[in-house]
Design a protein around this ligand. Structure first.
Ligand code: IMP
Length: 422
């Protein structure tokens, strides 16, 4: 029985989709535990590209069952579109996809409020998918959950009550047109008819499977530095992408977790606003963005790009308990003669001992860099560790030694076969 939590160790977009796909043929179940359709997990199989927003990437392996856990916030339209896309691509979801009855639903007013909030002065740079407002309602105990769909009377009552308040807010505070309650009720009743077959008591399903000796991969979305508690607040998402969130977001207890696997991009990227000490600007940043095709899988936004940050990875290792890792997009750095790596932060002439997540402390940080030799060649066709250039091996051993994390997988391109396992 193995229960592994897989987390993004930086600001998301580390390439979790591909690695979950690689690992998932060794697991019986893959479960998502937080976030929503703000995520975009890309998997390339042959000539086909799959971008998954809600359904765990394990769905692409036919013997794997997939669970959307209670910690995920579900946008009905995004979920239906994704199921339709998978089915039309020959991927069966029936009897393989299970949705927790305790997961919260993204409502039309969540998306609207997300977009309205982002048009104000307090811009986080969200994906506009309604994630924050949905989690606000969850914690305010006003949320509408999958289980509410099962009783039409309860559903209508809850939507009416919520909409009364939201329409007041939309009209009086934001001077926005009101939303129609019947339209929303009809939309969600229709949604229920289509997803009814997938709804389940997910904590019981998962815990019974573990008791039967089945293995589970718990797939995180976003990344450690976007965690609402441990990230660069307030420039974060509204859930816990760190490994702790895996238990609350699935109902699997901590005593059943066997290990934590971190995904580390060979450099650093971030989408949206907020501090990013090793960010590269101008031509240097542009070249890395272009070479790495760093554009958001969900919003298409250009990602901010920068050097690998070992100080950040150490923090991420500590918060998540990462023991093993996959290094992704290593091939992207092949155009560089020299590669900088950040080994610490200096502020007011002092080297910081622990990672500052308070954004005011992160202001005016000077990253301390070491410079490593680049390998200056294309490694995307390399399939064994021994065939990697020595400079590349050096780079990997720097990452592993500076973080104390064992490297198990090296990804040298987006395709399944562009993978080196150690
Ligand atoms: P939200 O999750 O849409 O509320 O956005 C909050 C912050 O998290 C923004 O900076 C987003 O760009 C970022 N974010 C959300 N989802 C992802 C993701 O899957 N990858 C990278 N960044 C993300």
């Amino acid at each position: 029985m193995e229960v592994t939590v897989l987390v993004g160790s930086q600001w998301g977009d580390e390439g979790k989709g591909k690695i979950v796909d690689i690992l998932s043929n060794r697991f019986d179940i893959v479960a998502r535990y937080q976030g929503g359709a703000n995520a975009g997990h890309t998997v390339i199989i042959g000539d086909q590209q799959f971008i998954l927003h809600l359904v765990p990437s394990g769905i692409l392996r036919e013997n794997v069952k997939c669970v959307i856990g209670n910690g995920v916030v579900i946008d009905p339209q995004a979920l239906l579109d994704e199921i339709k896309f998978l089915e039309s691509s020959g991927i069966n979801t029936k009897g393989r996809l299970f949705i927790s009855h305790n997961a919260h639903l993204i409502m039309p007013y969540h998306k609207l409020l997300d977009q309205i909030n982002e048009s104000g002065a307090n811009k986080i740079g969200t994906t506009g998918r309604g994630i924050g407002p949905c989690y606000i309602d969850k914690y305010a105990r006003k949320g509408i959950r999958i289980v509410d769909l099962l009783d039409r009377t309860v559903l209508k009552e809850k939507i009416k009550l919520n909409l009364e308040e939201k329409n007041n807010l939309l009209k009086k505070v934001y001077n926005h047109a009101e939303l129609n309650v019947d339209d929303i009720i009809n939309e969600y009743v229709e949604f229920d008819k289509q997803i009814d077959q997938y709804i389940t008591d997910a904590p019981t399903l998962l815990n019974n499977a573990i008791l039967e000796g089945k293995s589970v991969l718990i797939e995180g979305a976003q990344g450690t530095m976007l965690d609402v508690d441990h990230g660069t607040y307030p420039y974060v998402t509204s859930s816990n992408p760190t490994s702790g969130g895996a238990c609350t977001g699935t109902g699997i207890p901590p005593t059943k977790i066997s290990s934590v696997f971190g995904i580390v991009k060979a450099y650093t990227t971030r989408v949206g606003n907020g501090p990013f000490p090793t960010e590269l600007f101008g031509d240097e940043g542009e070249e890395l963005r272009k070479t790495g095709a760093e554009f958001g899988a969900t919003t298409g936004r250009p990602r901010r790009c920068g050097w690998f940050d070992a100080f950040l990875l150490n923090y991420s290792r500590m918060i998540n308990g990462i023991e093993r890792t996959a290094i992704t997009k290593l091939d992207v750095l092949g155009y560089l003669d020299e590669i900088k790596v950040c080994v610490g932060y200096e502020k007011n002439g002092k080297i910081l001992k622990s990672y500052p997540t308070d954004i005011s402390q992160l202001e005016n940080i000077t990253p301390v860099y070491e410079t490593l030799k680049g390998w200056n060649q294309d490694i995307s066709n390399v399939r064994s560790f021994n065939d990697l250039p020595s400079e590349c091996k050096n780079y990997l051993s720097f990452i592993s030694q500076s973080s104390g994390i064992e490297i198990k997988i090296i990804s040298v391109g987006p395709k399944r076969e562009q993978t080196i396992e150690l």
